[in-house]
Design a protein around this ligand. Structure first.
Ligand code: F6P
Ligand code: MN
Length: 346
């Protein structure tokens, strides 16, 4: 059954036929897919790999470095040596690392997202963004381009199934790794985010720290049928960005990790270059949207490889609604217009 479905290699071959630049992108994605199949096997070994979830450092801002984070980084770095990639900018290295200096592409990567979940056997993943090196650009500059410049992005989810969600800017495609031969096959073409799923993902324990517009928006969702939205919303928080992104691509809903008033969380917790930017392209290609509350993520030019960014993604109407609250002055949000029986009912 599985063997009837198109492989990732066949999909990329068809997409890149006769186009040298596309073939470079394809080669890069295939190398990362190979590395992710290896990482998937390592993740599945769990406690049989000694020290798998062992903490080996503190990357600050709530990010702890684990043994498997470092192994994942090494695997992808080694794989990309075999691809036309000038540099890799990874969550696990302070600076971009040069691979094949004159090569036409760079890759930004979170080698193991959600690694705080390793010991709990919850889905974790790898997020990547592929960017071109334009004429006269250094690899460092190439990594700091706005997300609109991406030629491809994706993430691999190591869950009950190992899946690759990927875009070469021709729709968002879902590939599933067949356990028998460890080959990724296309299992859903052209994902489209459902506009109507009444489900949200936010770390609700931070409510008191959120900015006013987020508190207003969330109050509206939690008011359920009695409030402006006139329906009940369900909550899901895995605490693993890749798992939330996958769920939203498959069945809809909204994700928020806003900036908040805790020291070090002013721009939220998530990283712009190798988390928000690649996910924003996948969402956009699936008919969704991604924003920092005021701007489309894909329009933001990063200043630093590791900078954080507030992140909201999901169906465009929902993202617009949150952006609207960021435009309304906070005092107005206390007015009757915003109350449960106010004028802003759906
Ligand atoms: O990469 C950071 C990360 O682990 C994401 O995968 C996840 O969405 C988030 O942090 C969880 O944050 P919190 O610890 O606030 O729930
Ligand atoms: Mn991460």
């Amino acid at each position: 059954m599985a063997s009837e479905q198109m492989t990732l290699a066949a999909y990329l071959e068809a997409w890149s036929a006769g186009d040298a630049s596309r073939q470079e992108v394809s080669a890069t994605i295939l190398e990362m897919a190979k590395a992710s199949a290896e990482l998937s096997a390592l993740v599945a070994e769990g406690p049989f790999v000694r020290g798998l979830a062992k903490t080996i450092g503190d990357a600050g801002g709530g990010d702890v470095k684990k043994f498997l984070d470092v192994e994942a980084h090494k695997l992808f770095k080694a794989a990309l040596q075999n691809a036309p990639v000038a540099a890799i900018g990874s969550e696990e290295a302070d600076n971009a690392e040069i691979l094949n200096e004159k090569a036409p592409l760079v890759v930004a990567i979170d080698p193991l997202d959600g690694s705080s979940n390793i010991e709990t056997n919850v889905s974790i993943g790898t997020i990547f963004s592929v960017l071109p090196v334009a004429e006269g650009m250094s690899p460092d500059e190439a990594l700091l381009q706005a997300g609109n410049a991406q030629v491809a992005s994706g993430f691999v989810l190591y869950g009950p199934q190992t899946t690759l969600v990927m875009t070469v800017r021709d729709g968002t495609q879902l590939f599933t790794m067949s356990p028998k031969d460890r080959v990724f096959r296309l299992t859903r073409a052209n994902l489209q985010i459902s506009p109507n799923k009444a489900e949200y993902a936010i770390n609700a324990s931070n409510e008191r720290h959120w900015p006013k517009p987020v508190q207003t928006y969330m109050r509206e969702l939690n008011a359920g049928t009695a409030g402006a939205r006139q329906r009940d919303f369900n909550m899901r928080w895995v605490g693993s960005l890749v798992a939330e992104a996958y769920r939203i691509l498959i069945r809809g809903g909204i994700f928020l990790y806003p900036g908040d008033s805790r020291p070090g969380y002013e721009a939220g917790r998530l990283r712009l270059v190798y988390e928000a930017i690649p996910l924003a392209l996948l969402m956009t290609e699936a008919g969704g949207a991604a924003s920092d509350g005021t701007r489309a993520i894909l329009d933001i030019k990063p200043d630093d490889l590791h900078q954080r960014i507030p992140l909201v993604f999901g169906p465009p109407d929902e993202v617009r609604r949150i952006e609207y609250y960021f435009q309304v002055p906070p005092v107005e949000q206390d007015s009757p217009l915003f109350s449960d029986r106010g004028l802003l009912r759906d």
